[in-house]
Design a binder for this molecule. Structure first.
Ligand SMILES: [Mg+2]
Length: 255
């Protein structure tokens, strides 16, 4: 038994995995599309930060109407371009939209050693995929990821809220104390999971979408454990080898 996290190597755990920017690269492609958008716009006075602020405002509305994903983002790009330039030129707008739509066909690039790590965990634990986004888009990514076969169940949800995790625990009949949400997003993976009374493992990704960033600190009201890891492969240490636990850092309250 590892006293620090209370995980026995012999205990079967229920591991819920985020997908985008946890299992595979995602936001970097959106950032590249944004860079292409800025280059195509070629605006003479607006700074990149100002263009980003306009896009973010439009994106907030798009998220409500279209949800997450490349289709919604292509709509955001189109609307942002129209807002800034005032153009109604359909050829230009279609060009801009295509910068987002091409994200739909990109090859899925797994983060280093994800498959090997999942294969190491699978004999000992239940693995579930819990991803938010456009249903068809996420399903296509999962199918093309090459790791779909390693999960016992896959859940695609429009948003990840506290209720999402409560429902997941109930639907899959999981024991909260042995259930862990693993992901890169404080807003979607960590905070709502902790609020729902399960454990969470934060694996930061340097390219995490800025709208998923939330400052957080441990809340004494949380019953679960919160762990921060430096990389995906450290999961095997956390859940299998007590001797390697030194690699995991317990998240300290922010000062
Ligand atoms: Mg993610």
């Amino acid at each position: 038994m590892n006293e620090r996290y209370g995980i026995s190597p012999l205990d079967q755990q229920h591991l819920l995995f985020d997908a985008d920017d946890t299992l595979w690269e995602n936001n970097v492609h959106f950032e590249r599309a944004f860079d292409s958008f800025v280059a195509y716009l070629n605006h003479e006075s607006l700074s990149v930060a100002e263009i980003r602020a306009i896009l973010d405002d439009i994106e907030r509305a798009t998220l409500i109407s279209h949800g997450y994903g490349a289709r919604g983002f292509s709509h955001t790009l189109r609307e942002t371009f129209r807002h800034i330039t005032g153009t109604r030129d359909e050829a230009q707008l279609a060009t801009v939209e295509a910068l987002g739509l091409r994200l739909l066909d990109l090859e899925i690039e797994l983060i280093a050693d994800v498959r090997r790590t999942l294969e190491a965990l699978r004999p000992h634990h239940d693995l579930f995929l819990v991803t938010k986004g456009h249903l068809d888009e996420q399903r296509r990514k999962i199918e093309r990821s090459g790791v779909a076969d390693l999960f016992d169940a896959t859940i695609v949800t429009e948003e990840k809220r506290v209720d999402t995790y409560r429902e997941t625990v109930a639907t899959l009949d999981l024991e909260p104390a042995r259930t862990w949400m693993i992901g890169n997003s404080p807003k979607s993976d960590i905070l709502p999971a902790m609020e729902a009374g399960i454990n969470a493992i934060f694996i930061p990704h340097e390219m995490t979408w800025h709208m998923e960033h939330v400052e957080f600190a441990h809340n004494p009201a949380w019953s679960g454990r919160l762990v921060e890891l430096g990389g995906f492969t450290e999961l095997t240490s956390l859940f299998r080898h007590r001797d390697a636990m030194g690699e995991a850092r317990e998240r300290r309250p922010a000062t």
